[in-house]
Write a protein that binds this ligand. Structure first.
Ligand code: C2E
Ligand code: MG
Ligand code: MG
Ligand code: MG
Length: 292
């Protein structure tokens, strides 16, 4: 199948997608084209920062689809159908390839910051994934430690054997694993004992509720304590205010990400931001009081 640029080509009917709506089939046909032809799929990049020094601890890649007719699409507009389609593998490879190309550029600029890529749970069931990632790392000359894969606890527990094998192979290569949206799954604690990870990302819903809900604050405190006890890094997601930043620091959280620090930005903007963050990183960059 060869997608034609600008052509209104329609993907051949595929019985494995029975049940998908016409809209979804159209979207998937358009995705096939986007993956084949040009720069419609882009990565927005959002740094996470160390709460003590302001240094960047990593950068998350967030996919955007600059659709020629529908305009800017965010993952909520298309990830669901993609995850259930045969194009998931191609999509995952495409995002990883773009992310590693960006990370390779940072390495050339002397910026030693890992890039985090969100990986759909279903991609972890593909035993070819580790070899594909190894090949992509070699092709871009990026050390495995510079790649963090963000996975969620929705990883089907029943298929944990395959997932174990895939994650085990990736970690043996030196690739890092982060649990995204931590605390929103059914058995978060069990997950941490079953799946070897390097980082835990506290879900934004707890950060939002922390100020008003002692339960949410307790979950954040417990997650931070547990992660540190297990030797894992912790990053709080979706931090929008100085109050949240301060509360997180008080709960022992060491790193955070969110609009309060940076909104996701384009690849051409981020190198300068990382450069200045690395240059200015120093103790006590953040005031400890919201009015400071
Ligand atoms: P996530 O991995 O939990 O990413 C965090 C989401 O929160 C992102 O939304 C980000 O733009 C947004 N965000 C960051 N800081 C703030 C904040 O301070 N306030 C608020 N309200 N939101 C904030 P986005 O980019 O729309 O992505 C949504 C989800 O889509 C991601 O959640 C991730 O699960 C998924 N996703 C994103 N990129 C990819 C990808 O390349 N592949 C796959 N499979 N999934 C992706
Ligand atoms: Mg994520
Ligand atoms: Mg998340
Ligand atoms: Mg989230």
């Amino acid at each position: 199948y060869q997608a034609k640029k600008g052509g209104g080509s329609v993907a051949p009917y595929d019985s494995s997608r029975d049940g998908a709506s016409t809209d979804q089939l159209t979207l998937l046909a358009e995705l096939r084209e986007a993956l084949a032809v040009d720069d419609q799929l882009q990565l927005a990049l959002q740094p996470a920062v160390d709460l003590a020094t302001g240094a960047p601890t990593g950068v998350e890649a967030l996919v955007r689809w600059l659709h020629p007719r529908r305009g800017l699409l965010t993952p909520a507009d298309f990830i669901g159908p993609v995850e259930h389609s045969e194009q998931l593998g191609a999509f995952t490879r495409y995002v990883l390839d773009k992310a590693l190309a960006i990370a390779a550029g940072w390495a050339r600029d002397g910026l030693d910051v890992p890039i985090s890529v969100n990986i759909s749970a279903r991609s972890l069931l593909d035993p070819r994934l580790p070899a594909e990632i190894a090949e992509a790392l070699r092709r871009h000359d990026v050390p495995p430690r510079r790649l963090v894969l963000e996975i969620t606890e929705t990883v089907v527990m029943s298929e944990l054997e395959v997932v174990d094998e895939v994650l085990g192979a990736l970690r043996a290569m030196g690739v890092q694993i982060a649990v995204d949206d931590f605390g929103t799954g059914f058995s978060s604690l069990t997950f941490l004992t079953r799946v070897p990870v390097d980082e835990v990302k506290v879900d934004r819903s707890f950060v939002i509720r922390m100020a008003d809900s002692p339960e949410a604050a307790a979950i954040v405190r417990t997650t931070v304590g547990l992660a540190h006890e297990l030797g894992l890094r912790v990053v709080a997601e979706g931090v929008e205010t100085a109050e949240q930043r301060i509360a997180l620091a008080e709960l022992g959280c060491t790193a955070a990400q969110g609009y309060h620090f940076f909104k996701p930005m384009s690849a051409d903007k981020i190198s300068a931001v990382l450069g200045s963050l690395l240059d200015s990183a120093t103790a006590n960059v953040f005031p400890l009081r919201a009015d400071g």
